[in-house]
Ligand binder design. Structure first.
Ligand code: FAD
Length: 322
């Protein structure tokens, strides 16, 4: 596989750069060809303007996407852009590595996206999502370091959940352009943890990279489910779950399998929200939000739960508008 790593850290001795290096080493060890765009080493210019182009479609008004379409036909991209666009077109997989800055990516990487992901060459004219580059079959992963700890980003912390913060990249950049995102690799509190914890992150990344080509990507919404970019073909359902039998040893033995099923359905984009009260609460309830065609389909998903025989499911179809 040919894998493009776009790296955005200004310090080659940083932990983020060490992760990037480890990823490259493991991928090469497994026989992959790794192309590196180290944006600071390249002195990459992140500012998007007329300098993107050697051609001009309209000299009186700069409309970037129009100029990109024109440059795509007329070979009119500036040399630095053309080099990056070619790397992207030719790769089978894409990796971004960066420190989390202001809940997002550093400006130099955002600028790479703004300039390199050009309408015409990379997306547009029906080339998006599952119809995007490589028919949506290429894969992408992000490797990021953070200042904040995992608790701050787990959905109950001070900050928004990290998977929400990463959607502009996972969905808006990777998936929009036809790259199926994998689970992100996050090294939390990279500067504040000790060497041994950093070593654990390096080991975990080595293992992830060793399975990079086999890992099942996250299931993303298909354009086919949203005809003409309209509303979802599928419905949304609220499920209130209550217990109809006492907790016994069998129940306890199935809890891990239950958690795995929740994780699987989340990954598949079926379970879009999940909350529950404490296990020992006598009025225990769980609340699911699920995506599916109809109640029968939802019922079938619910029957997959190992604890289903202990539970009662009340399914309500939600409305899109009122
Ligand atoms: P470094 O400080 O470079 O590295 C940490 C330590 O690892 C260093 O001591 C280094 O020597 C050591 N190291 C290097 N290589 C190795 C190795 N091979 N093995 C073991 N140790 C090694 N954080 C947030 O959570 N949210 C934000 O929104 C946010 N916004 C920010 C905005 C800006 C502009 C800046 C500058 C920071 C922001 N941060 C934020 C913090 C930032 O995310 C972290 O500082 C960064 O991710 C830490 O990673 P690093 O690689 O830069 O760490």
């Amino acid at each position: 596989m040919k894998i493009l790593i776009v790296h955005a850290h200004h310090e080659p001795k940083s932990f983020c750069s060490a992760l990037r290096l480890r990823a490259k080493e493991q991928l090469e060890k497994d026989g992959h060809e790794v192309i590196l765009s180290d944006l600071h080493a390249l002195n990459f210019d992140p500012v998007s303007d007329r300098r993107n182009f050697t051609t001009v479609k309209d000299a009186t008004y700069l409309k970037q996407q129009q100029e990109e379409m024109y440059a795509s036909d007329a070979h009119g991209f500036a040399a630095d852009l053309e080099a990056e666009i070619k790397k992207l077109e030719e790769c089978d997989a894409l990796i971004f590595s960066f420190p989390l800055w202001w809940f997002g990516m550093p400006a130099i990487l955002k600028g790479w996206c703004d300039r390199v992901l050009a309408m015409g060459r990379i997306y547009g004219g029906g080339k998006f999502f599952e119809n995007g580059l490589g028919e949506g079959k290429r894969r992408a992963m992000l490797i990021a370091t953070t200042g904040g700890g995992a608790n701050a980003y787990d959905g109950w912390g001070l900050n928004p959940p990290l998977d929400e913060l990463l959607k502009p990249i996972q969905h808006g950049i990777f998936w929009f352009n036809g790259f199926q995102p994998l689970e992100p690799f996050i090294a939390y509190s990279a500067s504040r943890i000790g060497d041994s914890e950093r070593e654990k992150y390096l080991t975990a990344l080595t293992e992830r990279m060793a399975h990079f080509t086999k890992e099942v990507p996250l299931i993303m919404p298909l354009l086919a489910d949203y005809p003409n970019w309209g509303p979802d073909n599928k419905g949304r359902f609220q499920i209130v779950v209550s217990r109809i039998a006492e907790i016994d040893d069998k129940y306890k033995s199935l809890i891990q399998a239950e958690a795995d099923t929740i994780k699987k359905l989340k990954r598949e984009g079926v379970l879009t929200d999940f909350q529950m009260s404490a296990l020992e609460d006598p009025d225990w309830r769980a609340f699911f939000k699920m995506r599916g065609s109809d109640k029968d389909e939802i019922q079938k998903h619910l029957e997959q739960f190992p604890l289903a025989s202990y539970l009662k499911f009340e399914i309500t179809k939600l409305t899109h508008s009122f």
